[in-house]
Design a protein around this ligand. Sequence first.
Ligand SMILES: [Fe+2]
Length: 331
Amino acid sequence: MGGLTDPDINRMLHQVLELLPYGVLCLNREGITVYLNQVMARYLGEEKAALIGRPFPEKRAEGQWLDHKGRPRYPLLFTLQTGKELTKQPCLVSSQNSSLPRSFTVTTHLLRDEENKIIGVCGFYHPAAQQWKLVGERESSTIAPSEHVETVFAFAEAIGARDYYTMGHSEKVAEYARMLAEYMGLDEKMVEMAYLCGIVHDVGKIGIPEDILNKPGRLTEEEYEIIKKHVEKGIDILACISWLEEIIPVIRAHHERYDGTGYPEQLQGEEIPLLGRIIAVADAFDAMTSNRSYRRALPLEVAVEELEKNAGRQFDPAVVRAFIQMLRELS
Ligand SMILES: [Fe+2]
């Protein structure tokens, strides 16, 4: 074939798999990981080499086969055991980098040898968040949804580039907020908005000096006042983008507290938009369970206790209750 040997073709196919913009994962018949591409390793938050030869993290000794939404918890094992291939099946994938699993859709295929015997299974993983139809999109819009998504992710990148500690933070807050909104039974549009708000909630930090943002120790009162300005700066940035106007009240409210002692407007209780109350919980939870310059990540139970302690003060008690319940069901 054009002078190419089998090893050449294998090498080429391997490179093609690495170039795909979504996660690819293959298990053998025993459920052991035999291949994953770099994108998939990133989704899982681990090195490729550490995962190959191990049972895929989805394999657990016990636990229910279906999650709270009736989705197969272990789609690849499901396909291996039942022989049923799945198409764009919503699923959750746990990552080393995050306390809660992320939402994906997975398409599974059985892999067979020359005699048609099943030798394994492969899955193609797409992050669910890349597939949403965007909020506030109008018929007349000339911007493709993918460009909207790119704008949103450009925000996340821009924030991450300047503020070392929020690198990846926005995406985790977005994912937690989205899952919580879904868990609380909000409609699809609100669920998408929750994600979007999570991504852009701290966009105003672009306007805060880097030495204050990345200061390792305690902030002085003046520095804290400067940090607080990220809320108004964020609104100024978002106000320039017409299709984002719906989320402005949420972003303005993400540091309000349920008891009325937050900022900038001292809103209280249900005066704070529901998505603002959701972002507040997701934001605090990720801040507590991530490493910071001045402390290591708190254990999950301590973070949960902290949320419970502040329910009714900093947070909406109903949102905290739903979040903890969701956490228990997912872990
Ligand atoms: Fe903030």
